[in-house]
Design a protein around this ligand. Structure first.
Ligand SMILES: [Zn+2]
Ligand SMILES: [Zn+2]
Ligand SMILES: [Zn+2]
Length: 362
C-alpha cells in the first residue's frame, strides 16, 4: 500500500459511544507499529503435559461442569487457578477521597472450549460452536441466579499469545463482577440516550443502514443520477438471524461485530435455533479472517444487557453482540496516552477483503 491520494486520514466517531473515536490513518508513516515478529500459536492437537487436554483432568481444580460429563467431555468448565477476583469475601466499598475501591469480589472461571489443544474457532464444527455458546449462556444464567450481587458476567476469549492467552490450549473465560464494566455502562447509556431521542435502537439502525444503504452515483457532467448501488459495504457475512459487520469506527484493523438481526438486548434469550445460525455466521466469519490475516490471534467478548435495577428497561435500547478484535498491531504510547485507537487499514477496504475471501476454501 503506498502513501498515495487514496490514503485515508480521519477521525471517526464511534456512533454508539460518541465519546470514543478512532484515527483511521492508512498513510505509510503509521506502519512501523505493525507487529512484525509475531509469536506463533501452538497448533498441536494433543499435548501430554497440558492440564486442559483429555486424560489430564486431575491437573485442574475440581471441575464445575462438563458436557458431556465423563472422560469424553467436549466442553469443560473449571475454576481459574489464578483468579483475578475471589468469592471468599463480602463486598465492601472503601472510599479514600476521590479514590474508590470495590473489594475484588466475583467469580473467575475457565471454559475449555474443545478437547483439541490447538484448534481454531473456524475449524470447530457449527454444532460444537452452537453448544459452546449454549454452555456460556447456561453458565451466565447460573451465575446471575446464584448470587444477586453479580451485576455482569463477561465471557471472553484470548486466542494466541499476541492476544494475551497464557495457556496455549484453546479456552475462554468467564468473569462475574459486582460492578458493570465501563464499556458496557457506556454502550448502555448512549444507546438509551439515542432511544430517548429517536425511539429506535441504534444497533438496529446501524444494521439497517449496513444492509440497505444505497449510494447514489451522479454523472459528473450532467449532474443526473447515473445509478444507485447497494453498497452493503460493512457487511462481512449474513445468516438468517445474524449478521457480521465491520464497524465504521473500528479500533482494530480487522475488528468485526456479530449481532442478531432481530432486536434483542439479552444474550440469555437466544434460542437454540438462534445459536445454530450464530455458530454458522461466527465460523464463516473467523474462516474469512483467517484467510485474509493468516493465523489470526484475537480477543472476542460478549456484550449483553447487564443485571441490576439501574439497567431495567434497557431492553428496548440495548442490543447484544459479540465483538471480535484481532491483534495485528500493538497499542503504543499514542493510543495509551490519547485513548485514540489508530487503525492503519481503512475499514471499507478491510470489509471488502473479508467479503471476497472464500470461507469454505481449504
Ligand atoms: Zn491441551
Ligand atoms: Zn436493536
Ligand atoms: Zn459492545
Amino acid at each position: 500500500m503506498s502513501d498515495t491520494d487514496d490514503s485515508v486520514r480521519e477521525i471517526r466517531i464511534n456512533p454508539i459511544v460518541p465519546t470514543e473515536s478512532v484515527l483511521v490513518s492508512t498513510a505509510r508513516g503509521m506502519r512501523p507499529k505493525q507487529a512484525e515478529e509475531r509469536i506463533e500459536r501452538d497448533t498441536r492437537a494433543h499435548v501430554e503435559t497440558c492440564p486442559f487436554c483429555h486424560g489430564n483432568e486431575d491437573r485442574t481444580p475440581p471441575q464445575i461442569t462438563a458436557y458431556p460429563d465423563g472422560p469424553d467431555w467436549q466442553i469443560r468448565i473449571v475454576p481459574n487457578l489464578y483468579p483475578v477476583l475471589g468469592d471468599d469475601s463480602s463486598q465492601k466499598n472503601m472510599a479514600f477521597g476521590l479514590q474508590q475501591v470495590i473489594d475484588g469480589y466475583g467469580r473467575h472461571e475457565v471454559v475449555i472450549d474443545h478437547p483439541n489443544h490447538g484448534i481454531a474457532v473456524h475449524d470447530m464444527s457449527r454444532e460444537h460452536l452452537a453448544s459452546l455458546f449454549g454452555v456460556y449462556q447456561q453458565r451466565m444464567a447460573e451465575l446471575y441466579e446464584s448470587d444477586k450481587r453479580l451485576k455482569y458476567v463477561l465471557v471472553f476469549k484470548n486466542f494466541g499469545p499476541a492476544a494475551g492467552a497464557s495457556i496455549p490450549h484453546t479456552h475462554s473465560q468467564i468473569i462475574a463482577t459486582p460492578v458493570v464494566p465501563d464499556n458496557l455502562q457506556n454502550e448502555v447509556h448512549h444507546s438509551r440516550e439515542y432511544h430517548k431521542k429517536f425511539n429506535h435502537c441504534i444497533f438496529c439502525s446501524l444494521i439497517d443502514e449496513a444492509l440497505t444503504y444505497e449510494a447514489t452515483i451522479y454523472d459528473r457532467e450532467s449532474g443526473q443520477i447515473r445509478r444507485k448501488v447497494n453498497v452493503g459495504q460493512y457487511v462481512i457475512e449474513r445468516g438468517e438471524r445474524f449478521v457480521a459487520i465491520k464497524p465504521f469506527a473500528s479500533r482494530f484493523e480487522w475488528e468485526i461485530h456479530i449481532l442478531p438481526l432481530r432486536h434483542e438486548a439479552d444474550f440469555l434469550k437466544a434460542s437454540a435455533e438462534d445459536l445454530d445460525d450464530f455458530a454458522n455466521v461466527l465460523r464463516r466469519t473467523m474462516a474469512r479472517l483467517d484467510k485474509v490475516v493468516g493465523g489470526v490471534q484475537y480477543n472476542f467478548f460478549l456484550h449483553s444487557a447487564p443485571h441490576g435495577s439501574e439497567y431495567e428497561g434497557c431492553g428496548d435500547s440495548y442490543h447484544w453482540h459479540l465483538e471480535i478484535c484481532p491483534r495485528t498491531s500493538i497499542p503504543t504510547g499514542f493510543e495509551l496516552g490519547s485513548g485514540l485507537f489508530v487503525s492503519t487499514v481503512s475499514p471499507e477496504l478491510a470489509a471488502q477483503a473479508l467479503r471476497e475471501a472464500d470461507p469454505e476454501a481449504d
